[in-house]
Write a protein that binds this ligand. Sequence first.
Ligand SMILES: [Zn+2]
Ligand SMILES: [Zn+2]
Length: 377
Amino acid sequence: MSAFFGGSRSLNGVGGTAKGFVTTLEDLTLRQDLAKLTFLPWREVIPLRGSLLRSNRAWCPTCFEEMSQEGLPIYEPLIWNIKILSICPKHGNRLRDRCHHCNSKNFVLNHKSRPGFCSKCGQWLGENVEFDTIQELLELEWQIFIVRNLSGMLSYPQEHVSKLNRNILVGNVNTLIDHFTNGSVKAFSEKFNIKRTTLRSWLNASKLPCLKSLFEICYMTGNSVCDLMLNPSMPISNPRNAMPMAERTTTRRPKKSDVGPEVEKHLRHTILRSGIKSPPMTEVARELGYSKYLLCRHYPELCLAISENHRRFKRVCKENKLQNICERVKEAIVMLSASGIYPSRAKVEDYLQKPGIFFDKTVRNTWRTNLTEILNK
Ligand SMILES: [Zn+2]
Ligand SMILES: [Zn+2]
């Protein structure tokens, strides 16, 4: 079963698993349009293997939070599973692939899967995120391009998609090579940073370009992805004056070095001090001026230790507080009965000026036991 869940990402893909699953779901639900929720219609031009889908679940915490607050059904859009997409098309913040409670990654589908909840710890994955927007302009531009073109693909009229034909794609790549580098495959591969062998395998149709490469070519040459795959008379635009892909990819994710060694030192120090004070990760992140998510991604073990210490600290505080309340309830019973007042729950609450303390079972039991004792005296 776990092998099935490990491979569950292929459910949204273009392979046999997706086809079988969609057919079964359509049979069960009597719907004919579920294939549109996958990349099935594009299987003629998108390779089965490669960089299409994430191996783990990704989500926008702000989207979940909004769905919940507006009372809408919680669902996970297909677009979150596309590997090259790293932002939420609606909010612009980074998609998450780790639970902010337990820091675990989730399979795309699991026997405990429930939209909006972590399949490891079962907690709610929604949260209003303020800090996780993309700062790097070039990366943002690339991500916006991805969103626009993915939406274009998913909403492309079905009757056109069904006519997809590899030859159109190969023809269009040839047209681009002719146009930009006078037919030189070598020059084109250098200009657009694609391996020459890869480019040749596309041209002789022995391999299909992966989604990422398709998007990169279109981004650099200023074309739409749908045009490249479907339009036999694709218009030629001016190439984008952008950095080569290799340079751009280095700016996609902040590296550990950007977070800085002083951050790690601070995190370790927080763990060492945890006997005295155990702040939550949100507070530690705020002190450092980084998002909690960024820190968790770079220092998962340290952040997990801090969160665990905080949980333990909170549990101890709660136990101490409860013990303290029980002691005061005992005192109140003695004091009230000494003044000739029956120490009812309401009188004890009034005396201690602590309304609602009897919601706790331990406090109720303490009251009952001590009351019986004093009345029997
Ligand atoms: Zn969102
Ligand atoms: Zn979790």
